[in-house]
Unconditional design. Structure first.
Length: 116
């Protein structure tokens, strides 16, 4: 089992920045890919960014050049630096970890609200 605890998020004006953090505990040795997803009201959850254990990153097009995902394997943490935030970035952000056997683990979610 893997537990994910997120921190960060909050209310920010458009153009501002926020940083999300996620700490993993439990069977962290089983984790390969980690990432962030988000879900806006009335919309499906969507992938924001992922990072492999080796550091390979992947971003959705709308956040490229604005968001940066990073990972500290020794501390079992993953972060999402979000710059130049836009109103359309408003959503609940979820930390995700992929464990052995392709098992998915999710954090409880943290709200990000961008005011225009």
């Amino acid at each position: 089992q893997v537990q994910l605890v997120e921190s960060g998020g909050g209310l920010v004006q458009a153009g501002g920045s926020l940083r999300l953090s996620c700490a993993a505990s439990g069977s962290t040795f089983s984790i390969s890919r980690m990432g962030w997803h988000r879900q806006a009201p009335g919309k499906q959850r969507e992938l924001v960014a992922t990072i492999s254990s080796g550091g390979t990153t992947n971003y959705r097009d709308s956040v490229k050049d604005r968001f940066t995902i990073s990972r500290d394997n020794a501390k079992n943490t993953v972060r999402l630096q979000m710059n130049n935030l836009k109103s359309e970035d408003t959503a609940v952000y979820y930390c995700h970890a992929l464990g052995s056997g392709f098992r998915n683990y999710w954090g409880q979610g943290t709200q990000v609200t961008v005011s225009s």
